[in-house]
Write a protein that binds this ligand. Structure first.
Ligand code: FAD
Length: 470
């Protein structure tokens, strides 16, 4: 597609920034510009920023924010570039890309990791597992730590260790007015509250500090695949099982299509299936008893649930969700998973328009639910399940059908929904107001007024300041 780029900046102006930063700056027409524009979601890859600044440290970030403000540029902040809604790119503005800032340092004695604002979960798992340690990260290892954690962070260890944002002990943040501030329980505690679920609204995090926990190297984890005909029985067994499940297991039901992997019998490749996927943080020997109920649901197509290295479960589905795929997610929090909803999910699953249409039902609770609603900015905690309709496609012409299907999945759950949603699982923009409770939203607005009163950081699930000053 041809694209016109507004001539917003002259080279002399860009030169000022080139002299102020250590990182690389890429502008339209320069080598590497197309690659610098790319984000994970191919459906949003047609945006053409006026410049991409690859920052090497907080000083570069401060310079880039100041430059953007002086020149009236829209700012897109990029951590791992996995925003489903396409927030980490823009037209004609500046992309502040933190990907060179991907360093991870582990202090095994203090059980702490300091993580650069542009790291991805593979970076964190690699360094922490060298010490038999982990913190809650994503189901796909190329997802960025920054956007993931700031929105909340649902992962395989969350029911034992908490969400990613619950493990966020401290952060260095470049604010809209170009200050570098530290947020922790004892310093700017209000900001730390907002960083734990309020997204990228309050500034650019240049460094995170996470709590770590003993885990691995081998845990009891993996998927069991069943025919789609068993999906309803699986959902019912899952619903009946979660009430007594201990914190040391986190599970997910995925209504999907069998990928063409050697571990799945070839006759099933491309057929609709239902999967139970779990990870246990306790002793490997204790895992089998925790999941025994699922071995009787139906004759499995493939049972891959057993001892496996933690890094394997963390990267298991990476090849299915590579950079450039077109994608749309829509999600809602569920108050219950009744038979009627299970029926509807099974019907919608069979009507999916493509092989990468997945219905995820995440088991919540455990350590996630024991933090009080409102104690962090994470939208809601007491729900037993999160429902996420995930889609991926490659032919741009298939976008409408995939988006409509995901909306149908979520509409089918309207009676069982709490009315709230997890902001990181939303492919639509402008979803912040409906995602958070009234109380949390009011507190987020108050924090936004303090830290970003002119809404400099607005390419996110945006919390609008009460009065946008000019
Ligand atoms: P980016 O696209 O870089 O940024 C997303 C948002 O965060 C933007 O608004 C941006 O402004 C802001 N941001 C980025 N970096 C910074 C920073 N350093 N400081 C301040 N703001 C910043 N979520 C889960 O909870 N669990 C999962 O298992 C999970 N799996 C996923 C798998 C895939 C394939 C994808 C695409 C997404 C998944 N998500 C998951 C959703 C994920 O949490 C969000 O897409 C998240 O925003 C990704 O973070 P990122 O840094 O890669 O995003």
């Amino acid at each position: 597609m041809s694209h016109t780029i507004a001539p917003v900046l002259g080279e002399a102006t860009v030169q000022e920034l080139r002299e102020a930063v250590r990182g690389e700056i890429v502008t339209p027409g320069e080598d590497g510009y197309a690659e610098a524009c790319r984000i994970w979601n191919g459906a949003h890859d047609d945006r053409r920023p006026a410049l991409v600044v690859r920052c090497t440290g907080a000083a570069d970030v401060i310079a880039a924010v100041g430059f953007a403000r002086s020149n009236g540029l829209t700012i897109a902040v990029r951590g791992g570039g996995h925003s489903v809604a396409g927030f980490s790119t823009c037209d004609d503005g500046i992309v502040i890309d933190l990907s060179p800032m991907a360093g991870v340092r582990v202090d095994p004695a203090a059980l702490r990791a300091t993580v650069g604002g542009g790291a991805v979960w593979a970076d964190v798992d690699h360094e922490t597992q060298a010490h038999g340690l982990a913190t809650t990260g994503g189901l796909v290892s190329s997802t960025g730590v920054a956007g993931f954690t700031l929105g909340g962070g649902i992962g395989w260890t969350m029911r034992k260790f908490g969400l990613a944002c619950d493990n966020l002990a401290a952060a260095d943040v470049v604010t809209a007015d170009g200050r570098l501030v530290h947020a922790s329980e004892t310093e700017n505690g209000d900001l730390l509250w907002g960083l734990r679920g309020g997204g990228g609204n309050f500034g650019i995090v240049t460094q995170f500090e996470f709590d770590l926990h003993q885990l691995g190297p081998v845990i009891y984890a993996g998927p069991i695949f069943y025919p789609a005909a068993a999906a309803h029985d699986l959902l019912r067994a899952f619903r009946d099982w979660v009430g007594d499940a201990p914190d040391q297991i986190t599970a997910l039901v995925n209504l999907t299509t069998a990928p063409p992997l050697p571990v799945i019998p070839e006759a099933w490749h491309g057929k609709k299936v239902a999967a139970f996927i779990a990870a246990c943080t306790g002793p490997v020997e204790a895992g089998e008893a925790l999941v025994r109920a699922f071995r009787d649901v139906a004759e499995p197509i493939a049972d891959l649930l057993g001892p496996m290295p933690y890094h394997v479960i963390q990267t298991l589905i990476d090849p299915l969700w590579g950079k450039g795929i077109h994608s749309y997610f829509k999600a809602t929090n569920l108050a219950r998973l009744d038979d009627e909803l299970a029926d509807r999910l099974c019907e919608t699953h069979l009507a999916a328009p493509g092989p990468q249409c997945e219905i995820h039902v995440h088991q919540m609770g455990g350590a996630v639910g024991r933090v009080a609603d409102g104690a962090t900015a994470f939208a809601e905690r007491s729900m037993p399940f999160v429902l996420n309709a995930v889609t991926g496609w490659h032919d741009p012409g298939e976008g409408t059908a995939h988006r409509e299907w995901a909306r149908t999945v979520i509409a089918a759950a309207s009676q069982a929904s709490t009315g709230r949603a997890y902001v990181n699982f939303l492919g639509d923009t402008d979803a912040a107001r409906t995602s958070y409770s009234d109380e949390t939203y009011a507190q987020l607005v108050s924090l936004k007024n303090d830290y970003d009163p002119t809404n400099v950081f607005r390419l996110n699930q945006n919390i609008e300041p009460a009065t946008v000053a000019s």
